[in-house]
Design a protein around this ligand. Structure first.
Ligand code: SDX
Length: 432
């Protein structure tokens, strides 16, 4: 029997009447104070960056930042990364249970049946400069899906929601790979549906019409694991973006396009690309001290990319799995002496012994090693966040579906602490 609080009381030092607020408990994690009726008392809470705010309830992903735990629908990420493929994990996020063999095959076949893009979409790619960042192309092309697949955009219809979810899971890899091919000036490679999800993406990325391409099974398995690790992560910035955009009733393609835009930021999903750029800038183990010093210098806006996390105050469990995946991929490719990996491990070691990082509980996050793995696989820096977006589409769609299916959901409309001018009258321009 736990002694969970059921009520909180706000008292005021100006003698105003106390306010009683209910408290709610979930199945795991922090209890919450239910402030939905606080506004009626003429008071708001103030929490820029949502450091202590639960914006929704969800059954999908649980994170324990203190203990470094991550569960998708209750399953520890370590078990999913080791024993499942991305289709099983996507099914789990969407439906709440792992599929049996028949359900897994049906789901995989459904996704495979939708991997091609409407042929007119080819023209949209051609509207971009060849040197456009793949994320800029993805934001545009994913958003434009609502101009092609409007037969599945009635979000009140569960079947429409399911069809859109499947279309996004199936088409975002094709869009991501074609964004890369367009950047290279190479012809688009069409999906090969006999391949699994990871192999199909690698084929679209690296194959050309001129020669046979066989995905390396070790690298494909490692890539599948990268997708699983990035599939969902509770109410992070891009998922919260998808929820807020979706709360207005916007179509799922527009919501995912907004999520991609948010993920692009270097403080969020763009950190994997920024981490590799930082490692390339550090260049040599002898220069690590210089960059650690900069990261601690408050007059320098440099931050150690791939370190720190809003929720994890322990090692990001995904970073540990990603470090092991690094070893596997580099060994498979005969790159175990990869200087970048050695530099990253030395940087991790030094940072984790430095009081500044230890006292602030700044540990490596998922982005610290993912760039090294993808670079070793021949994926260019500019595609790292695009691949993060590809993986996170599964989580975004699951979170969006959960919100839209909740009869209680409302349009998201935060309030503010106003600090601007009080009422004043306009003076004619001649008097200004
Ligand atoms: C992802 O939310 C998610 O779940 C995201 C994600 C997901 O799967 O969706 O996990 C993916 O985005 C991982 C995070 C990737 N970003 C980076 O690696 C960029 C570098 N990290 C930082 O920008 C930062 O750590 C954040 C943005 C990740 C977290 O920022 P917070 O929670 O707002 O932390 P903060 O700015 O309040 O920092 C607390 C202190 C500050 O110092 P003091 O004011 O106490 O002196 O720690 C310092 C910060 O200056 N600090 C860092 C640092 N991160 C925090 N100092 C140097 N280097 C860093 N990386």
């Amino acid at each position: 029997m736990t002694n969970k609080p059921t009520k909180a009381t706000l008292t005021f030092d100006n003698g105003a009447a106390p306010i009683e607020l209910p408290m709610l408990s979930g199945s795991l994690g922090n209890d919450v104070i239910d402030i939905r009726n606080l506004g009626k008392h003429g008071i708001f809470t103030y929490d820029p960056g949502f450091m202590s705010t639960a914006a929704c309830n969800s059954n999908i992903t649980f994170i324990d930042g203190e203990r470094g735990l991550l569960y998708y629908r209750g399953y520890p990420i370590e078990q999913l990364a080791e024993h499942c493929n991305f289709m099983e994990v996507s099914y789990l996020l969407l439906h709440g249970e792992l599929p049996n063999a028949v359900e897994k095959q049906q789901f995989t076949d459904t996704i495979n049946g939708s991997t091609m893009l409407h042929d007119q979409l080819n023209n949209i790619f051609r509207g971009f400069r060849r040197d456009a960042h793949p994320m800029a192309v993805m934001v545009g092309v994913v958003g434009s899906l609502s101009a092609f697949y409007f037969d599945s955009m009635d979000i009140r219809d569960a079947k429409h929601r399911e069809v859109s979810a499947h279309r996004l899971l199936a088409k975002v890899p094709t869009i991501a790979a074609w964004s890369y091919k367009y950047n290279l000036g190479q012809p688009f490679m069409y999906p090969q549906n006999h391949l699994n999800y990871a192999e199909n993406f690698m084929h679209m990325m690296f194959a050309t019409p001129c020669e046979k391409y066989e995905p390396n099974p070790i690298l494909a398995k490692a890539f599948e694991r990268i997708l699983i690790l990035h599939a969902d992560h509770e109410q992070n910035a891009s998922t919260s973006t998808v929820r807020l955009v979706g709360s207005s009733g916007a179509n799922p393609f527009a919501c995912i396009s907004a999520g991609i835009a948010s993920l692009w930021g270097p403080a969020h999903g763009g950190a994997n690309e920024a981490t590799l750029k930082m490692l390339e800038e550090i260049g040599d183990i002898s220069r690590i001290g210089e960059f650690i010093k900069r990261a601690k210098d408050k007059t320098d806006n440099f931050r150690l990319m791939g370190f720190g996390h809003r929720v994890y105050r322990n090692m990001d469990p995904r970073a540990a799995i990603m470090r092991n995946t690094c070893h596997e991929v580099l060994d498979e490719l005969g790159l175990h002496d990869d200087p970048m990996f050695k530099l990253a491990m030395e940087l991790e070691k030094i940072a984790l012994e430095d009081e500044y990082f230890v006292s602030r509980k700044l540990y490596p996050n998922v982005d610290f090693y993912s760039g090294i793995v993808m670079r070793a696989m021949g994926i260019p820096n500019s595609m790292f966040t695009a691949i993060f977006a590809l993986a996170r589409t599964a989580g975004w769609i699951a979170q969006w579906s959960e919100m839209i299916s909740d009869a209680e959901h409302k349009i998201g409309r935060p309030r503010q602490l106003y600090t601007g001018s009080e009422r004043r009258d306009l003076r004619p321009i001649s008097e200004r």
